[in-house]
Design a protein. Structure first.
Length: 194
């Protein structure tokens, strides 16, 4: 059998997501948001779902919270242009930015699982409670209880932290996210060198 080509598989998956109508969220979307960043990134950031700007442009984290995320990643010399792949739990915008329903998450989750399998990152950052709970279905803790801690699954190091949108409700969260990104960046550099 010929070796798998992750780029080709990712492009195939992208097309599938852009045309997906598997859950009711497709009904009001403008564009599905697949995710972006180099496919060989060692770091993957996972958020909840697209907002209005993301739905309009078909790109993840491009609104106010996205700009803040980019800024905080850049402080650690990380970016979606170079070394971070960004995706969401659900690929279509829930109406009025509500939290996606359990069934919608379950229906969309296999796309994320395939993205994780193709990117195969060594580090994953779960932004906010929805991402954290969708990834670990049974987790009861709040983000504040587990942020800043590594959870290791095989070769992968996973860290939950606050969603950047939380900073607009409480500015002190920025410091926590920055601390967590610094920890992640430090471990990442240990791995890749530099
Ligand atoms: S949210 Fe996911 S499962 Fe639902 S329509 Fe969009 S891509 Fe398909």
């Amino acid at each position: 059998m010929p070796p798998k080509d992750p780029h080709r598989q990712m492009e195939k998956l992208r097309k599938q997501v852009l045309g997906c109508r598997e859950c009711p969220l497709h009904q009001q979307r403008n564009m599905a948001v697949f995710g972006e960043g180099p496919y060989e990134s060692q770091i993957m950031v996972i958020g909840e779902g697209p907002g209005a700007k993301e739905d309009e442009l078909g790109r993840p984290f491009v609104g106010r919270a996205g700009r803040l995320l980019d800024e905080m990643l850049e402080e650690q010399d990380l970016s979606r242009d170079r070394n971070v792949f960004i995706a969401n739990i659900v690929k279509c915008r829930p109406p009025k930015n509500r939290v996606p329903h359990k069934k919608e998450i379950e229906t969309c989750f296999p796309y994320l699982e395939e993205q994780i399998s193709l990117v195969d990152p060594s580090f994953m950052i779960l932004l906010g409670a929805t991402a954290m709970k969708a990834y670990w279905g049974s987790l009861k803790e709040k983000v504040g209880d587990v942020r800043g801690r590594w959870i290791t699954e095989g070769h992968r190091h996973i860290m939950p932290t606050y969603h950047p949108a939380a900073v607009f409700r409480n500015r002190s969260y920025r410091q926590y996210i920055e601390e967590d990104l610094k920890t992640i960046a430090g471990k990442y550099r240990e791995l890749v060198g530099g």
